[in-house]
Ligand binder design. Structure first.
Ligand code: NAD
Ligand code: AHE
Ligand code: ZN
Length: 375
């Protein structure tokens, strides 16, 4: 079949809207009509050329929602008409990682997914004889896409596509980092670095978990109002701090008889390795946990004095908020439908596929929280 898609033809070039060929689903695969897709900073990261796994030409996009329109042989858990969210972290429930119960990082199809291919080692997308690569196993910047059954979450058919697409990455990553990875407890003190599409969801996750002090840190003053909207209690712009931001934040979080500062939990939602270090070092001596969410470019490394870890700070990372997609994503959709979490105000811009590059411009200018393309 033919489908309209925004194709990343080369690193650093705007996406090109074109008609591409899409092969139907093979065994264990489903064809999805994507109804809406968010634009995540990770799409921009890969398009920029900073992703070591970046491969071109590819159809980016990994934050979608849509409807199953065809199923391949052997598919048992999905049928035509099901409303679904594609998962860049699948859940096969059979691989050693899924069975370990220690991680959400299913390994069933990770190798081929990283090569921009379906599990059988081929691509379903092409233009004539020229192959186009899949991206993060999702390629939601195409109106129709094919995914393995294990990488698809079936969700409430009443839920609006243009909002729940955000659960395909940003919402689940932010809220999940708090609930699944950090396991934040009521009364906690937390610092969130970077108040974009991920950081604001960390903030609403912290509110849900009952954190008392939620400090937001961003170089863009416009984010103060945004953070407060979702539960942030204090805002710091590092550009307005005289000197090093770490002692400033440690001082802000001083409490107890010994007056040792530092947050119980800190989160990097910037992808900047210097900020990751600040986040680790702003965590409380003895027990503070710092969660790396941001994705850093090829060749970049994090560093700190080992003494920071010797004295009890814990450095952790999280992918997709530690969520097991087929199990947890439908629950998060239900939380949204029940009003337990907010999504609507974070979707600041709705675009057509033809306008998709405007979504990247808005992100660069710091003017959007989430842009969503509606097909
Ligand atoms: P975004 O562009 O919407 O937000 C980034 C925010 O960080 C902006 O508000 C920006 O002003 C702020 N910022 C930039 N430099 C800063 C600094 N030095 N100090 C403080 N704030 C600073 O991006 P996003 O969509 O929220 O994504 C954030 C990061 O999370 C990206 O690196 C993205 O690739 C990554 N991500 C990771 C996962 C995961 O599973 N681990 C999932 C989604 C996104
Ligand atoms: N491909 C990059 C890393 C990109 C990355 O870390 N991706 C996150 C999701 S970001 C979503 O917006 C992730 O899930 N990682 C786990 C995985 O298995 O990819 C690189 O550096 O090679
Ligand atoms: Zn993402």
């Amino acid at each position: 079949m033919k489908t309209r898609a925004a194709v990343a033809v080369a690193a650093g070039k705007p996406l090109e809207i074109m008609e591409v060929d899409l092969e139907g689903p093979k065994a264990g695969e489903v064809l999805i009509e994507v109804k809406a897709t968010g634009i995540c900073h990770t799409d921009e990261f890969t398009l920029s050329g900073a992703d070591p796994e970046g491969i071109f030409p590819a159809i980016l996009g990994h934050e979608g929602a849509g409807v199953v329109v065809d199923v391949g042989p052997g598919v048992t858990t999905l049928k035509k008409g099901d409303h679904v969210i594609p998962l860049y972290t699948p859940e096969c429930r059979q691989c050693p990682s899924c069975l370990s119960r220690k991680t959400n990082l299913c390994t069933a199809i990770r190798a081929t997914q990283g090569q921009g291919l379906m599990p059988d080692g081929t691509s379903r997308f092409s233009i004539g004889k020229d192959k186009i690569f899949h991206y993060m196993g999702c390629s939601t910047f195409s109106n129709f896409t094919v995914l393995p059954e294990i990488a698809v979450a079936k969700v409430d058919p009443e839920a609006p596509f243009d909002k729940i697409c955000y659960i395909g990455c940003g919402v689940t990553t932010g809220v999940g980092a708090v609930l699944n990875t950090a396991k934040v407890t009521p009364g906690a003190t937390a610092i969130v670095f970077g108040l974009g599409g991920i950081g604001l969801n960390v903030i609403q996750g912290l509110r849900l978990a009952g954190a008392d002090m939620i400090i937001g840190v961003d170089i863009n003053d416009d984010k103060k109002e945004w953070g407060e909207r979702f539960g942030m209690t204090h805002f710091v712009n590092p550009k307005e701090v005289d000197g090093d931001i770490v002692p400033y934040l440690v001082n802000m979080t001083k409490r107890g008889a010994d007056q040792i500062g530092g947050a119980d939990y800190t989160f990097d939602c910037t992808g900047n390795t210097k900020v990751m270090r600040q986040a680790l070092e702003s965590a409380h001596r003895g027990w503070g946990e710092s969660i790396v969410i941001g994705v850093a470019g090829a060749g970049q490394e994090i560093s700190t004095r080992p003494f920071q870890l010797v004295t009890g700070r814990v450095w952790k990372g999280t992918a997709f908020g530690g969520a097991r997609g087929r199990t947890d994503v439908p629950k998060i959709v239900d939380w949204y439908m029940a009003g337990k979490i907010e999504i609507d105000p974070m979707i600041t811009h709705t675009l057509t596929l033809d306008e998709i590059n405007k979504g990247f411009d808005l992100m660069h200018a710091g003017k959007s929280i989430r842009s969503v393309v509606v097909y």
